[in-house]
Design a protein around this ligand. Structure first.
Ligand SMILES: Nc1ncnc2c1ncn2[C@@H]1O[C@H](COP(=O)(O)OP(=O)(O)O)[C@@H](O)[C@H]1O
Ligand SMILES: [Mg+2]
Length: 512
């Protein structure tokens, strides 16, 4: 048991202040009990509600302490080889520099004794003054082995039937990875209650329940996209790139020695199909799509946001292979100082995970505004490729009209796509879709012939009524394209960058 060995090493090395971030207090305490029993140490627990309690070791006089200062005094006074596990003690130091100082002094003095303090909390911030004294330990969610032990324990309860094949058991254990012990126990118990027995048929239910838990976690959301590659007009370069990687997550590709792709960033003007593409990749690659909402990671107490981020990322890994879609990443990462650097720390957590993740979680990040993006994000090596989605070319606009006319159940052949595409110069996909819908309203409400079918003329009229963003927000669009011209991303379309620039210059004159 790795964690227990780590604890042992810490005790033997006379570390006096250990901090463990975990939602699974009870499991950590179980490990501590086992280590302390083996090494003949006394173990006391302290929390704000029940104060000191003896967990293992000879019963002596139980110290009484209801506040942080007297806890530390009691620890100092106690004789012998003792481990003190202090739940949520960070709340005491968060508000009090005096406690921080006292804790630091005590941590130093305890080095000459055989006493150790262990602080556990779901998340905590270590004050700078304590950083030299503190050892931080990670406590991971239960692995397959521990989850198996949970099933075995359930199975030994009277009246409970477990009837799993070896393969079914493996699958169920894998499906439950990423859950905490208490969540897993609850789900297994529920599966048993529903049909009286835990067997191979419960896999689906366990998977569903896990999705539910992920949904409850707030920051991750399952998507079942219906968008296919046929719903996306243009972006041929990007489509080819994605097509080449269609089988990248198969066993075949792994056997061949291909590394799993890491991720792609889609940058560009709003309405060019970035979110659409993210959803399309999921159906193209036949992978589950989960969306990470960075905004939902932010918590109210210090350190909680990073912990939420870590948990969400671990959960995502347990679904791998999958796509993780981070939409409009710049919104979640506003680099202001107003939030005390929280968003930068959350961002750091995500970045280092991107670097270190071993599970095949493919990231699709989209951004409308690169000026708000921290430059580290787009550094070489983070993403396999960065694509820029520009204003669509003539050919692309034609394809987009084709997509949207067909989507309205009309025949694209009945429309003059060339004329439409020429008239829609400077319009993005979303605006083209809008024009088609507007044309439908025009025809539907025609005074002379209400409900008639909409025509090329109607779409042209609708286009004329709209001012495309490339004109109304020329500077924003121009700045984005400038960024592309600097060669920092690959164009998603088949077209030379210079041509794109030229076309833009042509749009400008009539935009006044
Ligand atoms: N290249 C395209 N092909 C077809 N439809 C498009 C395209 N780009 C945008 N659209 C339409 O516009 C809508 C909004 O696009 P979206 O992907 O949300 O843009 P973005 O995320 O880049 O701001 C899409 O749902 C789709 O209907
Ligand atoms: Mg979008």
């Amino acid at each position: 048991m790795d964690f227990e060995r780590e604890i042992e090493v810490c005790l033997r090395s006379r570390f006096t202040l250990i901090c463990i971030e975990t939602f699974e207090e009870e499991r950590v305490v179980d490990h501590l009990k086992s280590v302390c029993t083996q090494r003949n140490r006394t173990l006391y627990r302290w929390d704000h509600a029940d104060h000191f309690q003896l967990l293992t070791g000879p019963a002596g006089t139980r110290p009484t302490a209801t506040d942080a200062a007297s806890v530390l005094e009691a620890i100092e006074a106690m004789e012998g080889e003792v481990v003190f596990v202090l739940h949520d003690f960070h709340q005491c130091w968060d508000k009090s520099p005096k406690i921080v100082r006292k804790l630091r002094n005590l941590a130093q003095r305890l080095q000459y004794t055989r006493k150790t303090m262990i602080v556990t909390a779901p998340a905590m911030e270590i004050p700078d003054e304590l950083k030299d004294e503190v050892v931080r330990l990670e406590y991971a969610p239960p692995g397959e082995e521990q989850l198996g032990a949970i099933i075995d324990k359930l199975a030994s309860s009277p009246g409970v039937k477990v009837n799993l094949t070896d393969e079914g058991r493996d699958r169920i254990l894998r499906a439950a990875l990423g859950l905490s012990s208490s969540q897993a126990r609850r789900i297994f118990a529920k599966a048993i209650v529903v049909n009286g027995v835990l067997d191979d048929r419960d896999l689906e239910m366990i998977t569903m329940e896990k999705k539910e838990i992920i949904r409850e976690s707030g920051a991750l959301q399952f998507y079942a996209p219906s968008e296919t590659i046929a719903d996306v007009g243009g972006l041929q370069q990007l489509k080819t790139w994605l097509g080449m990687r269609e089988r990248a997550f198969t066993q075949e590709a792994a056997d061949y020695g291909l590394p799993a792709p890491k991720g792609v960033a889609l940058i560009g003007i709003p309405g060019t199909g970035k979110s659409l593409t993210a959803k399309m990749i999921a159906s193209l690659w036949h992978l589950p799509l989960i969306r990470l909402d960075i905004g939902a990671l932010y918590g109210s107490y210090i350190g909680q946001s990073e912990e939420n981020a870590r948990r969400a990322l671990v959960l995502a890994e347990t679904i791998a292979p999958c796509l993780m879609w981070i939409d409009e990443i710049e919104k979640g990462l506003s680099t202001g100082t107003a939030d005390g650097g929280t968003s930068m720390r959350v961002f750091g957590t995500i970045l280092s995970w991107m670097q270190e993740k071993t599970k095949p979680v493919f990231i699709v990040a989209t951004a409308n505004d690169i000026s708000k993006l921290p430059p580290e994000l787009l550094r070489k090596g983070r993403f396999d490729e960065i694509f820029f989605l520009d204003l669509p070319t003539t050919i692309e606009r034609r394809e987009i009209f084709h997509v949207h006319i067909r989507k309205r159940k009309r025949k694209p052949e009945d429309y003059d796509l060339d004329r439409l595409s020429a008239a829609a110069d400077g319009y993005v996909g979303a605006e083209i879709e809008q024009a088609v819908i507007e044309a439908m309203y025009i025809a539907f409400n025609d005074e002379a012939n209400a409900g008639r079918d909409f025509t090329t003329e109607d779409i042209l009229a609708a286009l004329a009524k709209q001012v495309p963003m490339s004109r109304s927000q020329r500077e924003v669009v121009g700045a984005l394209r400038q960024w592309l011209a600097e060669g920092r991303a690959q164009s998603a379309s088949f077209r030379e960058v210079q041509e794109a620039q030229q076309e833009f210059v042509q749009i400008q004159p009539d935009s006044e």
